[in-house]
Design a binder for this molecule. Structure first.
Ligand SMILES: Cc1cc2nc3c(=O)[nH]c(=O)nc-3n(C[C@H](O)[C@H](O)[C@H](O)COP(=O)(O)O)c2cc1C
Length: 179
């Protein structure tokens, strides 16, 4: 089974995760790069005006790939805005995809309840899996971590290693064993 990975990241987290997962699967990660940096102001304006942020992807070809892994943050319960442009470019080309995110997760298990629904709407196909891990889970759970604590948490190398091997195991469940 041929797998291709794409990642988008505003502050680096999901790119690091993607590189680790790619290395565990012995494949290369492909970064989705935005032409203009997503500031909070730009994100708000782009959302209000329903814009498609300009992106560039060095190698977007997915012909011959059976599975696409998309690794990106969640914004306001939805896949980060540059993915809207990515899905537009991919329209009709992707056979199967898994969406993976390391997001804030301030609402615990109920964070991002409509993520799968949004992904299906934007991609035009149902993701075979949505794996959403939360930064909040790296913090002590009592008392519940605040939004500020989650935002300020510096993810350690061992957090990344643990979460990436956990995610890779989940991905492998969807990959048939080669005979
Ligand atoms: C504008 C904005 C909105 C966000 N909304 C959510 C959200 O709805 N749910 C969530 O779990 N995390 C949310 N987050 C937190 C990010 O998903 C989290 O910081 C992520 O790890 C950033 O990834 P990156 O470093 O790859 O850009 C939001 C972050 C930003 C900047």
């Amino acid at each position: 089974m041929r797998i291709k990975i794409f990642s988008y990241s505003r502050t680096g987290t999901n790119d690091i995760l993607a590189e680790k997962i790619a290395s565990e699967l012995s494949i290369q990660n492909n970064k989705i790069i935005e032409k203009d940096k997503s500031t909070y102001f730009r994100i708000t304006i782009d959302m209000l005006l329903k814009r498609f942020p300009k992106i560039s992807i060095p190698d977007i070809s997915i012909t011959d790939y059976d599975l696409v892994l998309i690794i990106a943050p969640v914004w306001f319960g939805k896949p980060a805005l540059p993915l809207k442009s990515f899905f537009k470019e991919m329209n009709g080309k992707m056979k199967n995809f898994i969406f993976i995110s390391l997001s804030g997760g301030g609402e615990g298990i109920n964070s991002n309840p409509k993520l799968s629904e949004y992904l299906e709407k934007k991609a035009g196909i149902t993701p075979i899996a949505v794996i959403n891990k939360y930064i909040a889970d790296f913090l002590p759970q009592e008392p519940k971590p605040s939004a500020k604590e989650i935002e300020n948490y510096k993810i350690t190398e061992s957090d990344f290693d643990r979460i990436s091997s956990e995610i890779t195991k989940e991905i492998l469940k969807f990959i048939p064993i080669q005979s």
